[in-house]
Design a protein around this ligand. Structure first.
Ligand SMILES: Nc1ncnc2c1ncn2[C@@H]1O[C@H](COP(=O)(O)OP(=O)(O)OP(=O)(O)O)[C@@H](O)[C@H]1O
Ligand SMILES: [Mg+2]
Length: 347
C-alpha cells in the first residue's frame, strides 16, 4: 500500500464570509507529483496555503503522514513553498539566498556550504554562487527559488505557478528539469498551474478544480480520455460540447441525428452534454456522412489544421492534417467510442 503524505478532509475556506473552498477531500501519496489545475480564482493557491499552514481552514482537517496538523505553524510542517513570485532576497547573492534557511537553523558553516553546493548542482547553477539576483535571467532566478526551498529537505514541496513568468521555451525546459529533480529527490510535489498542457505533461495525478470544488482527480490519461463532465472536457483540451438526448442505452441524438454510442445508465430521453474531441471528427464524402456542414474557416496550427464548420446552426471544430476550402460542404463522421456522454451540470 502506498501511504498518503497529505490528506485533506472536508476543507472549507472563506475570505470575508465568502466561501472559496467548499468541502475538499483529497489524498496525496508519498513521492507523487500532483497538480492542481483550474481557472483563475478557483481556489488553487488557497488550497496550497492551507497545506503549507499559512491560513487555517474554517472547517475540516489537514493530515500529514496520518497526523492531524491543523494549527501547526508553517515552519513546523515538513513542507516548503515556491511562490508564484519567487520572493528572492535581491540584496543577497545566489549562495546567500540558498543558505538563508540553513543559517536560521544555525547549521555549521561548512555543512551549509556543502548543502548549498549540492542544491546548486541539482538545479544546474554551479558557478553562480556569487552572482547577485538581478544579474540572473528569469529561469535562473526560478532555479534559485527552487534550490532555496529544497535545501531544507522538505518531504513535500508546494509550487504555486512557478513557471508562470517564463517564456514558452524556457517553461518547457524547466518542466523537464522539475520533473527530474522531483524524481531524483523522491519527494512529493504539489504543483499549481492553470496551463492544462503543463499539468498533463508533468503530473502523476491531476486535480481539476472549479469554484472551490474538485471536479475530478485522475491520471493525465484518465482526465483527458474520460473527463467526468463537460467542464473538465472543455478545460483539458478543446472540445465540441453539444446538447443531446440519451434516448436509451447506447443511443444518443444530437444535431438532429441519432448516433450509436458506448454509454449507458441514463434516464430514458435524459438531456445530456455530448463531448467530441476535434481530432475525433473525420472528414468524409458527403454521401457517406453522418453530419454535414459548411466550412467557415481554416487555420493552420503547426501540426494540424483547425477547421470551423457550421452544420445547420451547430458549430463544430475539427482538427485534421488535411486542409479544406472555406465555403464548401463537407461530410463528418464520429465513431461510437469517440462520443462522450456526460450528465448535464447545474450552473
Ligand atoms: N486575501 C484574500 N482576501 C479575499 N479574497 C481572497 C483572498 N485571496 C483570494 N481570495 C479570493 O478567493 C478565491 C480563490 O482565490 P485563489 O487565490 O485561491 O485562486 P487561484 O485558483 O489560485 O487563482 P489564480 O489562478 O488566479 O492564482 C478568489 O475568488 C479570490 O478572489
Ligand atoms: Mg493562485
Amino acid at each position: 500500500m502506498e501511504k498518503n503524505i497529505i490528506s485533506l478532509r472536508g476543507i472549507v475556506a472563506e475570505y470575508d464570509g465568502e466561501r472559496v473552498l467548499d468541502g475538499l477531500d483529497l489524498d496525496i501519496r508519498d513521492e507523487e507529483f500532483v497538480t492542481f489545475l483550474g481557472p483563475s480564482g478557483c481556489g488553487k493557491t488557497t488550497t496550497l496555503r492551507i497545506i503549507g499552514g499559512f491560513i487555517e481552514p474554517k472547517e475540516g482537517d489537514v493530515f500529514f503522514d496520518g497526523k492531524k496538523i491543523n494549527g501547526l505553524p508553517p515552519y513546523q510542517r515538513h513542507v516548503n513553498t515556491v511562490f508564484q513570485r519567487y520572493a528572492l532576497f535581491p540584496h543577497l547573492d545566489v549562495f546567500e539566498n540558498v543558505a538563508f534557511g540553513l543559517k536560521l537553523k544555525k547549521m555549521p558553516k561548512e555543512q551549509i556550504a556543502d548543502k548549498v553546493e549540492e542544491m546548486l548542482k541539482l538545479v544546474n547553477l554551479s558557478g553562480f554562487e556569487s552572482r547577485s539576483i538581478n544579474q540572473l535571467s528569469g529561469g535562473q532566478q526560478q532555479r534559485v527559488a527552487i534550490a532555496r526551498a529544497l535545501v531544507n529537505e522538505p518531504k513535500v514541496l508546494l509550487l504555486d505557478e512557478p513557471l508562470g513568468a517564463l517564456d514558452l521555451k524556457l517553461r518547457k525546459e524547466m518542466q523537464l528539469e522539475l520533473k527530474r529533480i522531483q524524481q531524483s529527490l523522491k519527494i512529493t510535489f504539489i504543483y499549481v498551474t492553470h496551463d492544462q498542457e503543463e499539468a498533463l505533461t508533468m503530473s502523476d495525478r491531476v486535480v481539476v478544480m472549479k469554484r472551490g470544488e474538485i471536479m475530478q482527480i485522475g491520471t493525465p490519461q484518465d482526465i483527458y480520455n474520460e473527463p467526468a463532465n463537460a467542464f473538465v472536457a472543455d478545460f483539458i483540451g478543446e472540445s465540441n460540447i453539444v446538447d443531446g438526448v440519451m434516448h436509451k442505452d447506447f443511443l444518443v441524438e444530437f444535431a438532429g441525428v441519432e448516433f450509436d454510442c458506448v454509454d449507458k445508465g441514463f434516464e430514458t430521453d435524459e438531456q445530456v452534454d455530448v463531448v467530441i474531441r476535434p481530432e475525433d471528427i473525420k472528414v468524409v464524402p458527403v454521401d457517406e456522412a453522418q453530419l454535414t456542414g459548411l466550412v467557415e474557416s481554416v487555420t493552420f496550427k503547426g501540426v494540424h489544421y483547425e477547421i470551423a464548420v457550421d452544420g445547420h446552426g451547430q458549430k463544430w471544430i475539427i482538427h485534421s492534417t488535411l486542409s479544406q476550402t472555406p465555403g464548401t460542404l463537407i461530410g463528418m463522421m464520429v465513431t461510437p467510442e469517440d462520443i462522450h456522454i456526460m450528465k448535464k451540470m447545474e450552473e
